[in-house]
Design a protein around this ligand. Structure first.
Ligand SMILES: [Zn+2]
Length: 638
């Protein structure tokens, strides 16, 4: 493995702290049907049909019940599934047995395995994996091993491949509440290829580079789906050989380093907390729980007041020796109090209030004293308030908080966490146990015959690096622009359009690659900047209807729904092309207003002047034309 350089952004050395990250990539395959039924793969906007189901934890063949399954079941949620016959059927609803798997999907996974030097199995056996969060109507996910071993080339080194599997995607979450969850069945059963890599030791940036490289390799096969939500990473993160935390659902490859940094810092923070607990001589954490509803009646705390007005209850937990430890912050944003609040939120409460932040939360001093005497806690104890409208929910959360606090001396706990959009991780559930796989009896095994393998022997993807340098050569793009183009969802559109347009390929690439990214940063959904809109904007710029500088304004207006199409945007934005005479008049005005500046700075005033003219002529004239006319006018004026 190429030696990773040190991470500039971790508050500790990742190598000596043995930061280890296992990467599992889940990538949707671009097949014509779902994995176990003939439904096409489409996202349904309209979901007219629905049914309800409550799932129960079933025993595996070994008679064990999965702790993650029990945890989800205890939440007592009802699941509502919405669907449309255009994208789901009775197989997706678990009313009909699965059909034999899509050979197109198995073929794609086999080719990916071949590319990574992973040895394919002789027979593909479909297994069931218990999933009880409701995302699968059957209560399990079907999965099949395609190959074992192999290696991914990264930065002059290799990362080992453990296993490649094909599996069905879960339902799409529409709404998640404490009582119920709503899912769309259009995504359920879509084939995914899952690739599990050997763990990577070291810096977060290197982990991201590995994932990026794998993502690019997968795309080079031309057999994977593109666009948002089609690739998801799970990261197994541990420090110093400690417990492994599974972080699920990182949707963007360029968020991986950030997520790893957060999770590694969180784990190191928990280790520091456990050292602090040991320093205080606490080996076993004593915890008392008392009903504090009466004491808190009339509290000035806004949060508690709201809950109590609705007839809610407050439970007070005292944790001996923990004063100052609940708010202890070894690294910014890393606190035990935050962990407890996450547990409360996962279980339908707003959070918890602990004694290190009583003042901030508006808990009066006399209330704090009354809570201490209620629980028999001394000044060295920490207090945690759990409050909610339903007492059963408060009891559940209080029990989980006690469990969490009692395990604080252990440091990091093995659990499943979810990646957030801003690159943090949030508690989800205990880690699933080993009792998760059992055979799918409805589907016979598939033999990968020699004849079948040979029929695929000639299909070889072009390695992504070769594809990037071919872009660079063929279209005279910089290496960086070529790589951005390769990473973009619009690279196919580029290949189709660039040869047909008179515009420079670099201009076509910047409109197709940079504008969608910029607009998505502004909060405009990627799907609103459609290939049709991009193509018609390029055609308009190509025919000289408006300047390339206006392309972003036109696409923004369409993306926001202010304009129906390019024609509409052109008239709304007043983008009639400016005549050379009008442009000369503007330039004249700008030069006149900047006489002093021109005298002082001479030629160095050019960029300021250019900026001012572009602002006045925005989108109605080409930047190059402005530059040449301005240059001429500036020379003439002196
Ligand atoms: Zn179906």
């Amino acid at each position: 493995m190429a030696r990773p350089t040190a991470s500039p952004t971790l508050p500790f050395d990742p190598v000596s702290s043995q930061l280890r990250v296992g990467i599992e990539i889940h990538q949707q395959l671009a097949t014509s049907t779902k994995l176990f039924c003939p439904c096409p793969i489409v996202k349904s906007e309209d979901l007219p049909l629905s049914f309800e189901r409550r799932l129960r934890p079933t025993q595996s063949e070994l008679g064990q019940i999965d702790p993650a399954a029990v945890f989800e079941f205890n939440k007592g949620r009802v699941n509502l599934y919405k669907w449309n016959p255009e994208s789901a059927c009775l197989v997706d609803a678990d009313e009909e047995p699965p059909h034999p798997p899509s050979m197109e999907a198995i073929e794609s996974a086999f080719l990916i395995a071949k590319m990574l030097g992973s040895s394919a199995v002789d027979e593909v056996h479909v297994m069931r994996k218990i999933v009880i969060d409701g995302s699968n109507t059957s209560g399990f996910q079907r999965t099949a091993v395609i190959s074992l071993g192999g290696a991914l080339a990264v930065d002059g080194g290799f990362v080992g491949v453990q296993m490649i599997t094909v599996e069905e995607d879960s339902s799409r979450v529409l709404r998640e509440g404490a009582e119920s969850r709503e899912y769309a069945l259009d995504r359920l059963g879509v084939p995914l290829v899952e690739i599990a890599l050997d763990h990577v030791v070291g810096v977060p940036e290197h982990v991201e580079a590995v994932a990026l490289s794998l993502g690019r390799s997968l795309r080079s096969t031309g057999r994977v789906a593109r666009g948002q939500g089609t690739i998801r990473q799970d990261l197994n993160v541990s420090l110093m050989g400690g417990q492994v935390v599974e972080v699920k659902g990182v949707q963007k490859l360029n968020l991986i380093a950030k997520v790893v940094r957060y999770e590694a810092t969180r784990q190191m923070g928990l280790v520091k907390l456990s050292e602090e607990i040991k320093k205080r001589g606490i080996t076993e954490v004593a915890c008392e729980s008392k009903d504090a509803t009466k004491i808190m009646k009339g509290t000035p705390s806004p949060v508690l007041k709201r809950i109590l007005e609705k007839g809610g209850v407050v439970t007070c937990l005292s944790v001996s020796g923990f004063a100052g430890l609940l708010g202890f912050e070894p690294f910014p944003g890393i606190r035990l109090g935050k962990e407890l609040a996450e547990i409360a939120r996962t279980n339908g409460l707003g959070g918890v209030i602990h004694s290190d932040e009583f003042g901030k939360q508006g808990i009066a001093e006399n209330e704090a004293a009354a809570l201490r005497s209620l629980t028999g806690a001394d000044a060295r104890a920490g207090l945690v308030l759990v409050a909610g409208e339903e007492s059963a929910r408060v009891d559940t959360v209080a029990a989980l908080v006690i469990e969490r606090v009692k395990s604080a001396p252990l440091g990091v706990l093995g659990e499943t966490r979810a990646a957030t959009d801003d690159g943090e991780t949030r508690y989800q559930r205990p880690r699933p146990g080993a009792a998760r796989l059992y055979p799918e009896t409805d589907i016979p095994e598939i033999v990968l015959t020699d004849k079948w393998r040979q029929s695929l022997s000639k299909v070889l993807p072009v390695p992504w690096k070769e594809k990037v340098s071919s872009y660079s050569k063929k279209y005279s793009l910089s290496e960086e622009a070529a790589l951005q183009l390769y990473d973009s969802d619009n690279s196919k559109l580029f290949e189709e359009l660039a040869p047909k347009l008179r515009l420079e390929p670099s201009v076509v690439a910047s409109i197709l690659v940079e504008i969608p990214v910029r607009l998505s940063r502004e909060g405009i959904e990627e799907s609103k900047v459609s290939p049709e809109a991009l193509s018609s904007v390029l055609a308009a710029v190509d025919s000289g209807r408006f300047a390339k500088e206006a392309a972003i304004d036109v696409l923004r207006s369409i993306g926001k729904g202010e304009s129906r199409d390019v024609d509409d945007a052109v008239s709304r934005l007043g983008l009639t092309r400016m005549s050379d005479d009008d442009l000369r008049t503007i330039i004249k005005g700008v030069l006149a207003r900047n006489k002093v500046l021109i005298e002082e700075k001479g030629d160095r005033a050019f960029s300021n002047l250019m900026g001012e003219v572009m602002k006045l002529a925005r989108g109605r004239v080409d930047g190059q034309k402005v530059s040449s006319l301005l240059r001429k006018a500036l020379d003439d004026s002196r």
